[in-house]
Design a protein around this ligand. Structure first.
Ligand SMILES: O=P(O)(O)O[C@@H]1C[C@H](O)[C@@H](CO)O1
Ligand code: HPA
Length: 308
């Protein structure tokens, strides 16, 4: 039988370096961050039940939020800062229909220099705030030839490339009060959420793309050879986030719905001038803001009503 060592039993815990700083984000520390936010939203007399992580350029989803309270990341001691254009670096908390949501306008990426555990700290905070489910969005390059720029792809599974090589958020000492050492990633993307989202897409005459996402470390975009390899392995969309957040969410017992906005096509041939750039990613997000707002606004009450 596997015996979980207590954090204090780890030899040299305080000198050891782990690839992830997750174990440093203790219940006590994250609860302080959560308490600070709770104080600012106490007039709602409820806790948020659904968290929304906005991808690059996708922060306009918060336009769907009524009576918003905005809290800058910099005003929460110990919370990281957003350094990427298109990530405002603030929480927006308020109602979408009758669901109290907490949106993150900005996430943290490995390429910003944050370790993978720090990239996932927000997920722990959303859990302590009372969320039972998350909508995790991202901007991604489309590898599937059927995807057009501006389409939404529902993520039904991922390939954890950074985790393959041991760079996972949960590497290091485990605190069982957050979640178990070992857990399943089977159906990590809640099938009931996917079904509900596909129904929304059908009603709205949107293409019903469902696919596999992977994240690379970035910040550079991919070579043609890398993209060909990913495509041959069944990847439909490529980005630089989300995967590790979903690992953390499942560890914490949160239900996940995730989607990519296809902001560019990934070049798998050498001809032509097909340089992907961040501005294109941001611009597509802005152009499609109305579609995203509409999609998320109608999805929130449906997902919130599905509890398992
Ligand atoms: O935060 P996401 O995953 O939406 O951001 C994507 C990946 C890179 O951070 C950036 C590239 O333009 O967009
Ligand atoms: O083509 C891409 N590759 C990686 N990440 C991305 N984020 C938006 N587009 C892309």
């Amino acid at each position: 039988m596997y015996m979980q060592p207590n954090i204090v039993d780890y030899p040299n815990t305080f000198n050891a370096t782990y690839p992830s700083r997750n174990h440093e984000y203790t219940k006590e520390k994250v609860a302080k961050m959560s308490a600070l936010i709770e104080e600012k939203i106490k007039h709602f007399k409820a806790h948020p039940t659904l968290g929304i992580i906005c991808g690059s350029g996708l922060g306009e989803v918060t336009k769907a939020v009524k009576d918003p309270v905005t809290i800058a990341y910099k005003d929460i001691p110990g919370f990281p800062r957003s350094t990427v254009q298109g990530h405002a670096g603030q929480f927006v908390i308020g109602y979408i229909h009758d669901v109290l949501v907490v949106c993150m306008q900005g996430r943290f990426h490995f390429y910003e220099g944050y370790d993978i555990g720090t990239c996932c700290l927000p997920v722990k905070l959303l859990k302590l705030l009372g969320c039972h489910s998350l909508i995790i969005s991202n901007a991604a390059g489309g590898l599937n030839a059927e995807f057009n720029v501006g389409d939404i792809m529902i993520i039904h599974d991922h390939i954890n490339l950074m985790g393959f090589s041991g760079n996972g958020p949960l590497v290091g000492p485990n605190d069982e009060s957050w979640g178990p050492r070992f857990f399943s990633m089977h159906n990590a993307y809640n099938p009931a959420f996917i079904k509900a989202a596909k129904e929304q897409m059908r009603k709205k005459n949107m293409p019903e793309h469902v696919g596999v996402y992977t994240a690379l470390g970035g910040p550079h975009f991919e070579t043609v050879a890398e993209l060909r390899m990913l495509k041959s392995q069944g990847v439909d969309a490529v980005g630089m986030s989300t995967v590790h957040e979903v690992v953390m969410a499942r560890y914490l017992g949160l239900h996940v719905f995730s989607f990519s906005l296809i902001t560019n096509k990934c070049p798998t041939t050498y001809d032509g001038d097909k340089n992907v750039n961040h501005q294109e990613v941001i611009d597509t997000g802005r152009e499609k803001a109305h579609v995203l707002v509409d999609f998320v606004r109608d999805l929130v009450p449906v997902l919130d009503s599905i509890k398992d």
